[in-house]
Design a protein around this ligand. Structure first.
Ligand SMILES: Cc1cc2nc3c(=O)[nH]c(=O)nc-3n(C[C@H](O)[C@H](O)[C@H](O)COP(=O)(O)O)c2cc1C
Length: 197
């Protein structure tokens, strides 16, 4: 028996039956010709191989959200968006850099919910000429306000070396370890934060 086990004893194993966490892979861009579906699909394929959570792609453009505050709020997409976020325990944001920040579409979608974001975890996968790093850092500030715990590991993809002609996604193999490390943290923190809700 180890020194510490002798000192502290062995904790009784608790039988906890937990259902799998639901993690949404949120596509941050909505423009025609966007590359985010390719990146989101790549993340989902890696994630599905892990089998440690239910992963699904969540496409902002499916919800036809109006610009916040410009309508009476009765569009069904607004309620559906909140309901979808409410079903999720954690997120992976697919973030593209637009003028050194996130897209207006993603910010608008984020602003359309509040409690549905709270006490959940998120990872960020970004792309751009400098790996989308500036957009990702802006997103971290926004997530803090919404009580979303963003994890440290952050895969950054280059428009020059991970895409052909900036449009066909061909990720370098070196990103795989980083994606899995990011998912490890998202799953761990999503599970931990579930106990707060
Ligand atoms: C309005 C706009 C602004 C952009 N600004 C930046 C920028 O500041 N930095 C950068 O690295 N890439 C910038 N880009 C390039 C995008 O990162 C690139 O087009 C990327 O593919 C966009 O993601 P999407 O295809 O999913 O829409 C910009 C693209 C657009 C459309």
């Amino acid at each position: 028996m180890s020194f510490f086990k002798k000192l502290f004893g062995t904790a009784a194993k608790e039988e906890v039956t937990m259902s799998k966490l639901n993690i949404g892979i949120i596509l941050g861009s909505t423009r025609q010709g966007r590359v985010s579906p390719q990146v989101g699909q790549w993340i989902k394929e890696i994630a599905d191989q892990r089998g440690d959570a239910n992963y699904e792609i969540v496409d902002i453009s499916d919800y036809n959200l109006p610009f916040l505050g410009t309508t009476d709020g009765s569009e069904p997409g607004i309620a559906a968006w909140n309901q979808k976020l409410g079903e999720l325990d954690g997120f992976v944001f697919i973030v593209q850099e637009y003028n050194h920040s996130i897209t207006g579409a993603l910010k608008n979608a984020i602003d359309f919910a509040r409690e549905a974001w709270n006490n959940k975890a998120a990872g960020i996968v970004s792309y751009g000429s400098t790996g989308g790093a500036r957009a990702a850092e802006h997103l971290r500030g926004i997530l803090g306000e919404l009580l979303v715990a963003d994890v440290r590991v952050h895969p950054t993809l280059s428009l020059f070396t991970d895409f052909e002609n900036g449009s066909v996604f061909k990720p370098q193999a070196l990103h795989l370890d980083n994606v899995n490390a990011m998912l490890d943290q998202v799953v761990a923190w999503s599970g931990a934060l579930k106990t707060l809700r």
